[in-house]
Design a protein around this ligand. Sequence first.
Ligand code: HEM
Length: 498
Amino acid sequence: GTRQSGLPPGPPTLPLLGNLHVFPKTRAYLKFTEWAKVYGELYSLKAGPANVVILSSPRMVRECIDVKGAATASRPLLHVSELVSNNLEFSLIQYGPTWRSMRRAAHDILSQQACMRHLPIQHAEASQLTFDFLESPELFYTHIYRYTASVIVSVVYGIHCPRYHDSLVDELRQITREFQQLITPGGTPPIDIVPILKHLPERVAPWKARCRHLRARQLKLLLSLLDTCENRRKTDKRNGCFMEYILDNQDRYNLDREQTAAFGGSVIEAGIDTTAMFLQFFVACMIAYPEVQARARKDIDDVIGLNRTPQQDDIENLPYLRALINEIHRFCPIAPMGIPHASTADERIGDYMIPKGTTIVINIWGLYRNEEYFEDPDVFNPERYLQSPYGMKPGVNLTGLRSDYMFGGGRRICPGMHLAFNSITLNTMNLLWAFEFNTAKDPNTGRPIPVDPHHVTDNLLLSPEPFQCNIVPRSDKKAEMIRNQFANAKATFDLFCA
Ligand code: HEM
């Protein structure tokens, strides 16, 4: 539990425990950010004998993660992931040949260029999302989830999911929630810190049975999705989805059947919630900041006008909307602590030594609230991204910095960022073009019900707690155009059936 000399400073430790006694049980990013104000942009914690380092500035992410990427691209071992996915969960797997094969495969479907191929289905799905908002606006929260699930399941498995309560979407949602609960700190006893707990028999360790059931359920679903693609390959109904491509090019990836199934599952699990949460935050921010909504909508009206619907490349002409998207990412980062990295070699950072095997946390929340880089970081202000490309204060040396810390960094940077960007831009344009977002009224008092984007769920990933709002189409003409666009999308959906 003692902090070795050479490690960055941090809160005082206790014998054996290190800092475990003060480790936050919920909303750890808030405590990590508080500690950053005391101990600096690079500090360390002791989780028993294990070393944890917290990075809370763009400069530190550059030095530890982007520049030293070769030595900081692994992940800490997570026993739950070993039990549930045979340690094949792509986003949690350690650096090595299997990760490299998966990463190559992810690049082949998700690079900026590859994402151009997914635009037709994203466009069709976005037209369904706008239509769903029109028909049942009170269910906007779940419509968003259906949209992101269907886009990713279409891209990976070639299957369109037309409803939120589709059996496939239900099963995916339940499996993902169960896994997230198990890996959230407190979801199991501290097995990774006290490894002897791994050897407890199942009758006194109920989490083991949960992991076993989840593994069986997940494997069944993922193998059956793979079967669907294999069967489709044998017919003339191929739709060019990614799993068809992987199966056609197995030599390129060298992944066996279980690894291929796990890879597909990891991509959809990583992609559904994150993009959905962003769009839910977008709606919350539009209601909380009506003047921002009005300005973004005016720009859309100026560029797109009233006689056509938005297209993906319109975003090039909408600098304020791009700034708004960046500000939502900054203000409400979905993964406030990213996914922890682990070092595979001793690395010197300034005066400090980060030993091999250290867990490295990118404190995305704290980074975006670092006053040395961001003016009034607690104020929601999209304009900051119009004044500087990274939204940072005048005078900050921008060399080597970037605007996309919400997607992590180094070799593990989110491979889904381009698909997410296309989904986000297409839908924010559509929704602002089509609707006004207003506060809901309390039916008894008639008073507006305020929405606070920081009223969030308490999980590893942040989403706004479900909230009420009033979504109204901007005109009958637009409602008609939304219906027509959705009807025209049918031809695209027809290609994406099981
Ligand atoms: C707003 C949307 C999203 C956000 C904010 C987000 C954020 C992140 C972050 C912070 C990481 C960890 C990076 C690191 O370790 O440094 C990550 C990893 C990952 N993301 Fe995303 N993500 C989003 C959307 C997506 C989408 C749409 C997909 C899939 C289509 C996806 C797939 C993945 C995968 C597979 C990893 C693990 C990569 C690896 O470990 O090598 N993400 N994401």
